[in-house]
Design a protein around this ligand. Structure first.
Ligand code: SF4
Ligand code: SF4
Ligand code: SF4
Length: 268
């Protein structure tokens, strides 16, 4: 049975956590959280690192009443334990000028697929809207980043070399008069070359990069459905192979990453 109350160091007290919707609460929900904390806690609400709100100093015997209150006010209680944790997200294209992908939408779909699933150990997952990586997604078990794959339009290029100069990994080589090459294995899909080109000779295809345990970085993914299928495959692999309380990174160290990589790359 899932547990929804985190034990506190203070005898007899617990903390209740409430899920956000990819980092958001409506003002009506916030008003209800206020009431909940006044009624059942000590009038204090804090933020968790997973974009939840937590209400400390509640009592176990009040759980049923808190559950009814939450259902009435459209608040979701977050389970605790070795589960697929709430997916965190930046605002991406919903409000951020730099956004490449709709991070909250992606996070909510991942939450729908896996949120709260019981696993051998917890999985953390985060979505960030562009290579600025405000969410520091590589520190999660599964990190997703909006990314750009540059496409070269030869007839517009004047071989000025600006794209090669801004590339942080030296993936582009420009040789006058007419040689432009890109090393796709080196490219980290940051999109800087596309931004700097004044001649529309580089078009950016928007997609996703995933990282697993901050160690494994499969190639650029061009569409959302493939992204979800790859995450599904990774979670299934973890569920089948991880030992109890063994994080994804530790499992990959123990088993080696080859088989995992093959499975993920086979998903198209
Ligand atoms: S990661 Fe990019 S899209 Fe997300 S908040 Fe930061 S700058 Fe904006
Ligand atoms: S910046 Fe644009 S025009 Fe200049 S070399 Fe690169 S692709 Fe060609
Ligand atoms: S997308 Fe970034 S890493 Fe890739 S070639 Fe352009 S500047 Fe270099």
């Amino acid at each position: 049975m899932k547990n929804f109350l985190a034990r506190q160091r203070q005898e007899g007290f617990f903390t209740l956590r409430l899920k956000s919707s990819a980092g958001r609460f409506s003002t009506a929900q916030l008003a209800a959280v206020n009431e909940l904390a006044e009624k059942f806690g000590q009038g204090v609400v804090s933020l968790t690192s997973r974009q939840e709100l937590s209400i400390p100093f509640v009592r176990r015997e009040d759980f049923d009443a808190m559950e009814s209150f939450c259902a009435e006010h459209e608040l979701k209680i977050s389970p605790i334990g070795t589960i697929f944790k709430q997916v965190t997200a930046c605002q991406g294209t919903q409000t951020c000028p730099a956004g490449l992908i709709d991070s909250p939408r992606t996070a909510l779909e991942l939450e729908r697929r896996h949120g709260g699933r019981e696993l051998p150990c917890k999985i953390t997952c985060s979505v960030t809207g562009c290579p600025n990586n405000c969410m520091k997604v590589d520190a999660n078990d599964i990190g997703i980043k909006g990314a750009v794959k540059p496409q070269f339009i030869q007839e517009n290029c004047i071989y000025c070399g600006a794209c090669a100069r801004v590339c942080p990994v030296g993936a582009i080589e420009v040789v006058r008069p007419e040689l432009w090459t890109i090393d796709r294995d080196k490219c980290i899909n940051c999109g800087r070359c596309v931004k700097v080109c004044r001649k529309s000779a580089l078009r950016g295809e928007v997609g996703f990069k995933i990282s697993f345990a901050g160690k494994i970085f499969p190639p650029f993914i061009g569409d959302e459905e493939t992204l979800y299928r790859k995450v599904d495959a990774a979670v299934e692999y973890f569920a089948a192979n991880a030992k109890t309380r063994e994080r994804l990174g530790k499992m990959l160290e123990r088993l080696g990453a080859e088989d995992f990589n093959e499975r993920i790359n086979a998903v198209q």
